[in-house]
Design a protein around this ligand. Sequence first.
Ligand SMILES: NC(=O)c1ccc[n+]([C@@H]2O[C@H](COP(=O)([O-])OP(=O)(O)OC[C@H]3O[C@@H](n4cnc5c(N)ncnc54)[C@H](OP(=O)(O)O)[C@@H]3O)[C@@H](O)[C@H]2O)c1
Length: 330
Amino acid sequence: MGNKTYNWAVLGCGKIARKFSNDLKLLPNARLYAAASRDYKRAQDFADEFGYEKAYGSYEEMVNDQNVDAVYIATPHSFHREHTLLCLNHKKAVLCEKAFAINKKEAEEMVACAKENNTFLMEAFWTMFQPSFRKALEVIQSGELGHLKMVRSDFAFNGPYEPQKRLYNIALGGGSLLDIGIYPVFAALTSLGKPESIKTITDFSSTGVEESISMLFQYPGGEMASLSSSFASYSPVQTEYWCEGGYLVLNTRWHAPTSITINRAGEKPEIWPSMHKEGTGYQYEAEHVMKCLDEGKTESDIMTWQLSIDIMETLDRIRKNAGIVFPDHD
Ligand SMILES: NC(=O)c1ccc[n+]([C@@H]2O[C@H](COP(=O)([O-])OP(=O)(O)OC[C@H]3O[C@@H](n4cnc5c(N)ncnc54)[C@H](OP(=O)(O)O)[C@@H]3O)[C@@H](O)[C@H]2O)c1
């Protein structure tokens, strides 16, 4: 850890900004500096609750504060491009929530803007920084379980049907795919890479957003991924890596801090308990951002720009196969 303390701002005072702020407090080199909302009172209430020093009633006012070093963008998917460009053009380091953008074109524009401004940008894919996920990847990539043949991953919960809110609102980039289906897609991409072909089955809600989706990926070596997400039911929220010599399970709520079970063929399962100690698990990504800034980097070498673009490209391919369209963006 370097000597610098970074002044963080949250852009958008919604649900995830609350969880992130609680975890940010765990980092000694992070100062909770500014809360920015479209509404001044909401910003002030948020700032009071979490201990932010300043409150701004518009995002524009916040980015004009010279003391803000890093911004956590916590708005709906449809605004990630706009808000990322706003921050980068004011030379603020950006940690932008997933889904990084609505499509690959927007993601590429965001990366180009980071390069032009020589300013840090990273997608807030918190799973990438979880000790349990990193351990699972290490075991799979080491080859100790043999060749990886299949990834099976799910993420579903029975979400409230609120047509105006972001989960079911097409104008806000709604639907299960960009919100939670992105996690199973991430599990496949980080282990097997980009698929050769994709097949989908989809169920749409009455607002026109996709509510449930099943995806099958095929790879040139015969490897496969079977992935699903839904707002219509609960699921185990588990990821399994099926290998020639056994299988590894990232246990339930696999995308968050969790335990791992390694099943070697013919042997008793080995359990790796969760290595996570405190908070919800958002501190790891914020800690990594500050390490990158200490080292003068504009891009993470763990959650790279290319990976964010590859995820968006794969989501575009899935949407094309499934007939999912965001009319304001596509
Ligand atoms: N990593 C994770 O575990 C995780 C978990 C949940 C969500 N997320 C991601 O975090 C982002 C936000 O999700 P959330 O659940 O926090 O959403 P949320 O509770 O609806 O909050 C989004 C915030 O965005 C701001 N906003 C700006 N323009 C808006 C508009 N036109 N309509 C609605 N809100 C608008 C609002 O803040 P102000 O009114 O204060 O400006 C709002 O409170 C999404 O990208 C989501 O995928 C990540």
